[in-house]
Ligand binder design. Structure first.
Ligand code: 13P
Length: 397
């Protein structure tokens, strides 16, 4: 059921409307909204599309000093996180943890958007408030993971492709009704396994179809071709693959008439493979990554929201900070899951008496990344826990 209070107080958007005879009518629940221009005989003026709203949403998410809290782990992945602190993977435990995250006091100062798993979008907090309503009260835009995960790509070099296009339009319309205003689709590219031309093309095409469908339904698509950290290759090889992947992604985005002003990107930073002996400094990561963005990403794209991909919390923050030491055409920010949640989850440990301490830890990370978005993070006072890397081979969501 749609969350009525949310719909009345969205931090971003006015309602989509049909306008008939000067009178506003609320859009029916799962209506098709890529409307045709009104014909003279219809007497009905229909808004052409969600274009203005998409731009507004994207700009809100890409607002200065803020980034995205990715809390969209699938039930299976969330189960692994809970197991790491000795908790069972029950709906009640997932609800307790996500309640802790969304209700951290003042989170909206640093976090502009939160990506949710479907269960959370329709879930209430432990106190019985809709999760989406709590986010909106915090001035955080709710988002939704819409992909259905990775499966083997037949005919490739042991690579994968991302499922979820079937039924995506109707699911997206329903997610919009429930309060989501942006979407996420994560596909991956593996460097050690190729990447084959087939896998790159499939990843780019899937992202482009998803992006077009999301925009048709009022959701700003986060375009995420994650280039996995797995491998012992150097940073130059990552750069080369990333250039190829992003060229192809933008080719198909254009072919699918995706509006660049109404998307957000979620790239991997350009780093050496996790098993490479030569490490890169934050300045090197920033130089390579910004070079990639400059050569591949149009300035009309409002926000570049990096994933953390297994870097330590501190590493991810330092790298982001290094990228913001100069003005960039886009808002260069974060959309971290592990690099925002790791210490928070451990601090909580499933104990009610630790909720406040865990929320404080989340706020420490959110504030650090907010400063990094502004290029003002110093790295002082970070805990040893926050410096621990979190790389896991073949990580899934
Ligand atoms: P990480 O920051 O843990 O790599 O998460 C990325 C992601 O896609 C979550 O939405």
């Amino acid at each position: 059921m749609a969350s009525a209070s949310l719909l009345n107080s969205s931090p971003v958007l006015e309602k989509s409307e049909w306008v008939k005879g000067g009178q506003s009518i609320r859009l029916p629940s799962t209506a098709a909204v890529r409307c045709q221009p009104a014909t003279a005989s219809s007497g009905l003026t229909i808004r052409a599309s969600y274009a203005d709203e998409l731009v507004k949403t994207a700009k809100t998410v890409a607002s200065p000093g803020r980034g995205i809290l990715a809390m969209d782990e699938s039930n299976a992945t969330c189960g692994k996180r809970l197991a790491s602190i000795g908790l069972e993977n029950t709906e009640a435990n997932r609800q307790a943890y996500r309640t802790l995250l969304v209700s951290a006091p003042g989170l909206g100062q640093y976090i502009s958007g939160a990506i949710l798993f479907e269960e959370t979008l329709y879930q209430s907090t432990v106190d019985g408030k809709k999760m989406v309503d709590v986010l909106v009260e915090q001035k955080i835009v709710p988002g939704i993971k819409v992909d259905k995960g990775l499966v083997p790509l037949a005919g490739s070099n042991n690579e994968s492709w991302c499922q979820g296009l079937d039924g995506l339009a109707s699911r997206s319309a329903a997610y919009y009704q429930q309060g989501a205003r942006f979407a996420k689709w994560r596909t991956v590219v593996s460097i050690p396994n190729g990447p084959s031309a087939l896998a790159v093309k499939e990843a780019a095409w899937g992202l482009a179809r998803y992006a077009a469908i999301s925009q048709d339904n009022g959701l700003v698509p986060i375009v995420e071709p994650e280039i996995l950290l797995d491998g012992d290759h150097g940073i130059d090889r990552t750069f080369e693959v990333a250039r190829k992947v992003w060229a192809e992604v933008f080719f198909y985005l254009a072919e699918n008439n995706v509006m660049f002003e109404g998307i957000l990107l979620k790239p991997s930073m350009v780093t050496p493979g996790a098993e490479c002996k030569e490490k890169a400094t934050p300045e090197q990561v920033a130089a390579y990554t910004l070079k990639l963005l400059r050569t591949r990403i149009p300035p009309s794209v409002p926000g570049i929201m990096f994933l953390s991909g297994g870097q330590s919390e501190v590493e991810a923050t330092l790298n982001l900070n290094a990228m913001n030491q100069q003005p960039n055409p886009w808002h260069v920010s974060f959309s971290y899951a592990r690099a925002l949640q790791n210490t928070c989850l451990k601090t909580w440990g499933g104990r009610p008496q630790n909720v406040k301490a865990a929320q404080d830890t989340l706020l420490v990370r959110a504030k650090a990344n907010s400063l990094a978005q502004l290029g003002k993070y110093t790295g002082e006072g970070e805990s040893e826990e926050a410096k621990k890397g979190m790389f896991v081979k073949g990580y899934v969501y």
